[in-house]
Design a protein around this ligand. Structure first.
Ligand code: TRP
Length: 353
Protein backbone atom coordinates (compact mmCIF):
# COMPACT_ATOMS: atom_id res chain seq x y z
CA UNK A 1 0.00 0.00 0.00
CA UNK A 2 1.43 3.39 -0.97
CA UNK A 3 1.49 6.19 1.56
CA UNK A 4 -1.44 7.84 -0.18
CA UNK A 5 -3.49 4.69 -0.21
CA UNK A 6 -2.89 3.98 3.41
CA UNK A 7 -4.05 7.48 4.28
CA UNK A 8 -7.16 6.90 2.23
CA UNK A 9 -7.67 3.55 3.82
CA UNK A 10 -7.38 4.94 7.31
CA UNK A 11 -9.70 7.80 6.50
CA UNK A 12 -12.26 5.32 5.25
CA UNK A 13 -11.93 3.27 8.37
CA UNK A 14 -12.49 6.35 10.41
CA UNK A 15 -15.62 7.05 8.41
CA UNK A 16 -14.15 10.26 7.12
CA UNK A 17 -14.62 9.02 3.62
CA UNK A 18 -17.03 11.85 2.82
CA UNK A 19 -14.04 14.17 2.97
CA UNK A 20 -12.65 12.59 -0.15
CA UNK A 21 -15.79 11.97 -2.06
CA UNK A 22 -16.76 14.38 -4.76
CA UNK A 23 -19.92 16.31 -4.12
CA UNK A 24 -22.81 15.87 -6.51
CA UNK A 25 -25.83 18.11 -6.45
CA UNK A 26 -29.03 18.02 -8.42
CA UNK A 27 -32.64 18.99 -8.06
CA UNK A 28 -36.03 18.92 -9.69
CA UNK A 29 -38.25 21.92 -10.09
CA UNK A 30 -41.49 21.13 -8.34
CA UNK A 31 -43.74 21.47 -11.36
CA UNK A 32 -45.55 18.90 -13.46
CA UNK A 33 -45.00 15.25 -12.71
CA UNK A 34 -41.87 13.20 -12.25
CA UNK A 35 -41.85 10.88 -15.23
CA UNK A 36 -40.44 7.61 -16.31
CA UNK A 37 -37.89 9.76 -18.14
CA UNK A 38 -36.78 11.37 -14.86
CA UNK A 39 -36.56 7.95 -13.31
CA UNK A 40 -34.53 6.30 -16.07
CA UNK A 41 -32.53 9.35 -17.09
CA UNK A 42 -31.71 10.72 -13.66
CA UNK A 43 -33.00 9.22 -10.47
CA UNK A 44 -31.89 5.68 -11.26
CA UNK A 45 -28.36 7.05 -11.57
CA UNK A 46 -28.63 9.04 -8.38
CA UNK A 47 -29.33 5.77 -6.65
CA UNK A 48 -26.19 4.20 -8.05
CA UNK A 49 -24.09 7.15 -6.98
CA UNK A 50 -25.21 7.31 -3.40
CA UNK A 51 -22.34 5.18 -2.12
CA UNK A 52 -19.51 6.68 -4.12
CA UNK A 53 -20.28 10.36 -3.92
CA UNK A 54 -21.36 12.89 -1.39
CA UNK A 55 -24.82 13.61 -2.80
CA UNK A 56 -27.31 16.39 -2.28
CA UNK A 57 -30.71 16.39 -3.94
CA UNK A 58 -33.29 19.02 -3.44
CA UNK A 59 -36.81 19.97 -4.34
CA UNK A 60 -36.57 23.23 -6.24
CA UNK A 61 -39.76 24.75 -4.88
CA UNK A 62 -38.50 28.34 -5.24
CA UNK A 63 -37.86 27.70 -8.92
CA UNK A 64 -41.44 26.46 -9.19
CA UNK A 65 -42.66 29.96 -8.32
CA UNK A 66 -41.45 31.25 -11.68
CA UNK A 67 -44.69 29.94 -13.10
CA UNK A 68 -47.97 30.70 -11.41
CA UNK A 69 -48.75 28.15 -8.71
CA UNK A 70 -51.79 27.23 -6.72
CA UNK A 71 -50.32 27.26 -3.18
CA UNK A 72 -52.19 24.13 -2.16
CA UNK A 73 -51.04 22.21 -5.20
CA UNK A 74 -47.45 23.36 -4.75
CA UNK A 75 -47.43 22.14 -1.15
CA UNK A 76 -48.91 18.78 -2.09
CA UNK A 77 -46.57 18.37 -5.00
CA UNK A 78 -43.53 19.14 -2.87
CA UNK A 79 -44.49 16.35 -0.49
CA UNK A 80 -45.26 14.08 -3.40
CA UNK A 81 -41.94 14.66 -5.19
CA UNK A 82 -40.13 14.00 -1.94
CA UNK A 83 -42.13 10.82 -1.37
CA UNK A 84 -41.34 9.77 -4.94
CA UNK A 85 -37.61 10.28 -4.37
CA UNK A 86 -37.83 8.07 -1.32
CA UNK A 87 -40.08 5.50 -2.97
CA UNK A 88 -37.65 5.26 -5.87
CA UNK A 89 -34.97 4.26 -3.43
CA UNK A 90 -33.02 7.40 -2.62
CA UNK A 91 -31.73 6.86 0.87
CA UNK A 92 -32.20 9.95 3.08
CA UNK A 93 -29.29 8.89 5.24
CA UNK A 94 -26.79 8.38 2.46
CA UNK A 95 -27.94 11.45 0.59
CA UNK A 96 -28.89 14.87 1.82
CA UNK A 97 -32.39 15.45 0.54
CA UNK A 98 -34.13 18.72 1.27
CA UNK A 99 -36.47 21.46 0.16
CA UNK A 100 -34.78 24.50 -1.38
CA UNK A 101 -36.99 27.00 0.46
CA UNK A 102 -35.99 25.55 3.82
CA UNK A 103 -32.50 26.93 3.30
CA UNK A 104 -32.73 30.71 3.17
CA UNK A 105 -29.12 30.92 2.01
CA UNK A 106 -30.18 30.02 -1.56
CA UNK A 107 -31.91 33.34 -2.04
CA UNK A 108 -29.19 35.19 -0.19
CA UNK A 109 -26.43 33.91 -2.44
CA UNK A 110 -28.69 34.46 -5.38
CA UNK A 111 -28.86 38.18 -4.64
CA UNK A 112 -25.08 38.53 -4.45
CA UNK A 113 -24.71 36.69 -7.75
CA UNK A 114 -27.51 38.70 -9.34
CA UNK A 115 -25.42 41.79 -8.73
CA UNK A 116 -22.55 40.18 -10.62
CA UNK A 117 -24.53 38.96 -13.61
CA UNK A 118 -24.42 41.06 -16.78
CA UNK A 119 -27.88 41.35 -18.36
CA UNK A 120 -26.44 40.18 -21.64
CA UNK A 121 -25.69 36.79 -20.11
CA UNK A 122 -29.32 36.32 -19.14
CA UNK A 123 -30.57 37.60 -22.45
CA UNK A 124 -28.95 34.77 -24.29
CA UNK A 125 -30.45 31.96 -22.22
CA UNK A 126 -32.42 29.90 -24.68
CA UNK A 127 -34.63 28.37 -22.00
CA UNK A 128 -35.76 31.83 -20.90
CA UNK A 129 -36.64 32.73 -24.47
CA UNK A 130 -38.59 29.51 -24.92
CA UNK A 131 -40.40 29.83 -21.61
CA UNK A 132 -41.19 33.49 -22.18
CA UNK A 133 -42.72 32.62 -25.51
CA UNK A 134 -44.79 29.81 -24.09
CA UNK A 135 -45.80 31.79 -21.09
CA UNK A 136 -46.56 35.15 -22.63
CA UNK A 137 -48.93 36.26 -19.89
CA UNK A 138 -46.50 35.72 -17.06
CA UNK A 139 -43.01 36.70 -18.09
CA UNK A 140 -41.82 37.66 -14.64
CA UNK A 141 -38.37 38.67 -13.46
CA UNK A 142 -37.98 35.34 -11.65
CA UNK A 143 -38.19 33.49 -14.92
CA UNK A 144 -35.38 35.72 -16.09
CA UNK A 145 -33.12 35.30 -13.08
CA UNK A 146 -33.94 31.59 -12.71
CA UNK A 147 -30.43 30.56 -13.83
CA UNK A 148 -28.85 32.72 -11.12
CA UNK A 149 -30.86 30.97 -8.43
CA UNK A 150 -29.81 27.70 -9.99
CA UNK A 151 -26.16 28.77 -9.83
CA UNK A 152 -26.65 29.57 -6.15
CA UNK A 153 -28.08 26.10 -5.51
CA UNK A 154 -24.93 24.60 -6.91
CA UNK A 155 -22.35 26.95 -5.43
CA UNK A 156 -23.79 27.06 -1.95
CA UNK A 157 -22.78 23.42 -1.48
CA UNK A 158 -19.44 23.68 -3.29
CA UNK A 159 -20.59 20.95 -5.66
CA UNK A 160 -17.98 19.33 -7.88
CA UNK A 161 -20.41 17.67 -10.24
CA UNK A 162 -23.85 18.51 -11.48
CA UNK A 163 -25.73 15.87 -13.44
CA UNK A 164 -27.64 17.86 -16.00
CA UNK A 165 -29.55 17.16 -19.14
CA UNK A 166 -28.84 18.97 -22.38
CA UNK A 167 -31.52 21.53 -21.56
CA UNK A 168 -29.68 22.69 -18.41
CA UNK A 169 -26.20 22.86 -19.88
CA UNK A 170 -26.34 26.54 -20.72
CA UNK A 171 -27.42 27.28 -17.16
CA UNK A 172 -24.44 25.39 -15.85
CA UNK A 173 -22.17 27.37 -18.16
CA UNK A 174 -23.58 30.58 -16.71
CA UNK A 175 -22.89 29.22 -13.24
CA UNK A 176 -19.29 28.56 -14.21
CA UNK A 177 -18.96 32.07 -15.60
CA UNK A 178 -20.24 33.48 -12.33
CA UNK A 179 -17.67 31.49 -10.36
CA UNK A 180 -15.03 32.99 -12.60
CA UNK A 181 -16.28 36.54 -12.02
CA UNK A 182 -16.67 36.07 -8.31
CA UNK A 183 -13.35 34.41 -7.60
CA UNK A 184 -11.54 36.80 -9.87
CA UNK A 185 -12.87 39.76 -8.02
CA UNK A 186 -13.04 38.52 -4.44
CA UNK A 187 -10.48 35.78 -4.16
CA UNK A 188 -9.75 32.45 -5.72
CA UNK A 189 -11.28 29.42 -4.12
CA UNK A 190 -14.22 31.02 -2.34
CA UNK A 191 -16.61 29.32 -4.73
CA UNK A 192 -15.84 25.97 -6.26
CA UNK A 193 -15.95 25.57 -10.03
CA UNK A 194 -18.53 22.89 -10.80
CA UNK A 195 -18.57 20.56 -13.74
CA UNK A 196 -21.32 18.91 -15.71
CA UNK A 197 -21.59 15.27 -14.84
CA UNK A 198 -22.34 13.31 -17.91
CA UNK A 199 -23.21 9.83 -16.90
CA UNK A 200 -22.38 6.87 -19.10
CA UNK A 201 -25.47 5.24 -17.76
CA UNK A 202 -28.97 6.49 -18.07
CA UNK A 203 -30.72 6.66 -21.36
CA UNK A 204 -32.53 9.66 -22.71
CA UNK A 205 -36.20 8.84 -22.79
CA UNK A 206 -38.27 10.54 -25.43
CA UNK A 207 -41.86 11.75 -25.57
CA UNK A 208 -44.34 8.97 -26.32
CA UNK A 209 -46.25 10.94 -28.91
CA UNK A 210 -43.33 12.83 -30.40
CA UNK A 211 -40.25 10.65 -29.99
CA UNK A 212 -37.94 13.27 -31.42
CA UNK A 213 -38.49 15.40 -28.28
CA UNK A 214 -37.35 14.57 -24.77
CA UNK A 215 -40.00 13.23 -22.40
CA UNK A 216 -40.72 16.32 -20.36
CA UNK A 217 -42.34 16.52 -16.96
CA UNK A 218 -43.95 19.83 -17.75
CA UNK A 219 -45.51 18.70 -21.02
CA UNK A 220 -49.11 19.86 -21.30
CA UNK A 221 -50.07 16.77 -23.20
CA UNK A 222 -50.35 13.97 -20.67
CA UNK A 223 -50.07 11.37 -23.39
CA UNK A 224 -46.45 12.30 -23.91
CA UNK A 225 -45.21 10.91 -20.63
CA UNK A 226 -45.77 8.20 -18.08
CA UNK A 227 -45.81 9.69 -14.61
CA UNK A 228 -44.20 7.66 -11.85
CA UNK A 229 -47.44 7.70 -9.90
CA UNK A 230 -49.85 7.15 -12.80
CA UNK A 231 -52.37 4.41 -12.14
CA UNK A 232 -51.96 1.18 -14.05
CA UNK A 233 -54.81 1.69 -16.50
CA UNK A 234 -53.34 5.02 -17.50
CA UNK A 235 -49.88 3.57 -18.01
CA UNK A 236 -51.24 0.84 -20.21
CA UNK A 237 -53.25 3.31 -22.28
CA UNK A 238 -50.36 5.69 -22.76
CA UNK A 239 -47.90 2.99 -23.83
CA UNK A 240 -50.39 1.44 -26.20
CA UNK A 241 -51.06 4.83 -27.74
CA UNK A 242 -47.37 5.64 -28.16
CA UNK A 243 -46.47 6.81 -31.64
CA UNK A 244 -44.69 4.17 -33.63
CA UNK A 245 -43.29 4.44 -37.07
CA UNK A 246 -44.38 3.32 -40.45
CA UNK A 247 -43.10 -0.11 -41.25
CA UNK A 248 -43.50 -3.17 -39.09
CA UNK A 249 -40.07 -4.21 -38.01
CA UNK A 250 -39.12 -4.00 -34.36
CA UNK A 251 -35.63 -2.66 -34.65
CA UNK A 252 -33.51 -0.07 -32.89
CA UNK A 253 -32.91 2.71 -35.40
CA UNK A 254 -33.21 6.19 -33.93
CA UNK A 255 -33.03 8.02 -37.24
CA UNK A 256 -35.72 6.08 -39.02
CA UNK A 257 -37.66 4.51 -36.19
CA UNK A 258 -37.58 6.96 -33.32
CA UNK A 259 -40.80 5.69 -31.72
CA UNK A 260 -39.94 2.00 -31.65
CA UNK A 261 -36.38 2.79 -30.60
CA UNK A 262 -37.69 4.78 -27.64
CA UNK A 263 -39.92 1.90 -26.56
CA UNK A 264 -37.00 -0.50 -26.87
CA UNK A 265 -34.83 1.79 -24.78
CA UNK A 266 -37.42 1.94 -22.00
CA UNK A 267 -37.90 -1.82 -22.16
CA UNK A 268 -34.19 -2.53 -22.13
CA UNK A 269 -33.41 -0.24 -19.20
CA UNK A 270 -36.24 -1.45 -17.02
CA UNK A 271 -35.76 -5.14 -17.75
CA UNK A 272 -31.96 -4.86 -17.82
CA UNK A 273 -31.89 -6.82 -21.04
CA UNK A 274 -29.77 -5.75 -24.01
CA UNK A 275 -31.67 -4.22 -26.91
CA UNK A 276 -30.31 -6.85 -29.27
CA UNK A 277 -31.99 -9.52 -27.14
CA UNK A 278 -35.31 -7.76 -27.40
CA UNK A 279 -34.98 -7.30 -31.14
CA UNK A 280 -34.49 -11.03 -31.43
CA UNK A 281 -37.42 -11.86 -29.23
CA UNK A 282 -39.72 -9.60 -31.25
CA UNK A 283 -38.53 -10.64 -34.67
CA UNK A 284 -41.56 -11.16 -36.85
CA UNK A 285 -43.93 -9.83 -34.19
CA UNK A 286 -46.01 -6.68 -34.37
CA UNK A 287 -45.65 -3.34 -32.61
CA UNK A 288 -48.74 -4.26 -30.61
CA UNK A 289 -46.96 -7.21 -29.02
CA UNK A 290 -44.09 -5.05 -27.95
CA UNK A 291 -46.42 -2.47 -26.46
CA UNK A 292 -48.47 -4.97 -24.47
CA UNK A 293 -45.33 -6.46 -22.95
CA UNK A 294 -43.70 -3.13 -22.35
CA UNK A 295 -46.79 -1.81 -20.59
CA UNK A 296 -46.56 -4.80 -18.28
CA UNK A 297 -42.87 -4.17 -17.59
CA UNK A 298 -43.52 -0.51 -16.78
CA UNK A 299 -46.47 -1.38 -14.56
CA UNK A 300 -44.48 -4.01 -12.68
CA UNK A 301 -41.62 -1.57 -12.17
CA UNK A 302 -43.76 1.28 -10.94
CA UNK A 303 -46.27 -0.69 -8.85
CA UNK A 304 -44.13 -0.93 -5.70
CA UNK A 305 -42.95 2.65 -6.19
CA UNK A 306 -46.46 4.01 -6.32
CA UNK A 307 -47.50 1.87 -3.36
CA UNK A 308 -44.59 3.17 -1.30
CA UNK A 309 -45.32 6.74 -2.40
CA UNK A 310 -48.96 6.44 -1.37
CA UNK A 311 -47.99 4.99 1.97
CA UNK A 312 -45.50 7.80 2.63
CA UNK A 313 -48.04 10.43 1.64
CA UNK A 314 -50.30 9.22 4.43
CA UNK A 315 -47.64 10.05 7.01
CA UNK A 316 -46.88 13.73 6.67
CA UNK A 317 -45.26 13.91 10.09
CA UNK A 318 -42.70 11.37 8.93
CA UNK A 319 -42.02 13.28 5.71
CA UNK A 320 -41.68 16.52 7.70
CA UNK A 321 -39.22 14.85 10.02
CA UNK A 322 -37.05 13.63 7.16
CA UNK A 323 -37.23 17.00 5.42
CA UNK A 324 -36.16 18.69 8.60
CA UNK A 325 -33.24 16.32 9.07
CA UNK A 326 -32.17 16.96 5.46
CA UNK A 327 -32.47 20.71 5.96
CA UNK A 328 -30.33 20.61 9.05
CA UNK A 329 -27.52 18.86 7.25
CA UNK A 330 -27.81 21.07 4.19
CA UNK A 331 -27.99 24.27 6.16
CA UNK A 332 -24.76 23.67 8.04
CA UNK A 333 -22.93 23.60 4.73
CA UNK A 334 -24.87 26.43 3.14
CA UNK A 335 -24.14 28.69 6.08
CA UNK A 336 -20.40 28.21 5.73
CA UNK A 337 -20.48 29.29 2.11
CA UNK A 338 -22.74 32.28 2.59
CA UNK A 339 -20.65 33.50 5.52
CA UNK A 340 -17.47 33.48 3.47
CA UNK A 341 -19.24 35.08 0.51
CA UNK A 342 -20.75 37.86 2.64
CA UNK A 343 -17.40 38.50 4.23
CA UNK A 344 -15.60 38.53 0.88
CA UNK A 345 -17.94 41.09 -0.67
CA UNK A 346 -17.69 43.38 2.35
CA UNK A 347 -20.97 42.92 4.16
CA UNK A 348 -20.59 43.68 7.82
CA UNK A 349 -20.96 40.62 10.02
CA UNK A 350 -23.58 41.10 12.69
CA UNK A 351 -22.05 41.11 16.14
CA UNK A 352 -24.16 39.42 18.75
CA UNK A 353 -24.10 40.83 22.26
N1 TRP B 1 -33.55 23.81 -13.34
C1 TRP B 1 -33.55 22.40 -13.04
C2 TRP B 1 -34.66 21.71 -13.82
O1 TRP B 1 -35.72 22.25 -14.00
C3 TRP B 1 -33.73 22.14 -11.57
C4 TRP B 1 -32.64 22.74 -10.79
C5 TRP B 1 -32.70 23.86 -10.00
C6 TRP B 1 -31.31 22.26 -10.70
N2 TRP B 1 -31.51 24.09 -9.44
C7 TRP B 1 -30.62 23.15 -9.84
C8 TRP B 1 -30.65 21.17 -11.27
C9 TRP B 1 -29.26 22.96 -9.56
C10 TRP B 1 -29.31 21.00 -10.97
C11 TRP B 1 -28.62 21.89 -10.13
O2 TRP B 1 -34.50 20.59 -14.20
Amino acid sequence: MSAFHSVVHRAKQKRYSFLMKQTILSGSTVTGNLTLGNYIGAIQNWKKMQNDYDCLYFLADLHALTVSQDPKVLRERTYSFFAQYLALGLDPQKNIIFAQSHIHQHTELSWVLTCLTPLGFLNRMTQFKEKAEKNEKNVNAGLYTYPILMASDILLYQADLVPVGEDQRQHLELCRDLVGFFNNRYGAGILKMPQAFVSKMGARIMSLQDPTKKMSKSDENEKNFVSIIDDEKKIEKKIKAAATDSGTEIKYDVDNKAGVSNLLTIYSTLSERPIADLEKEYEGKMYGHLKVDLAEVVIQTLRPVKAKHDELMRDRAYLDKLLNAGAERAQARAQKTIASVYEAVGLLPRQLF
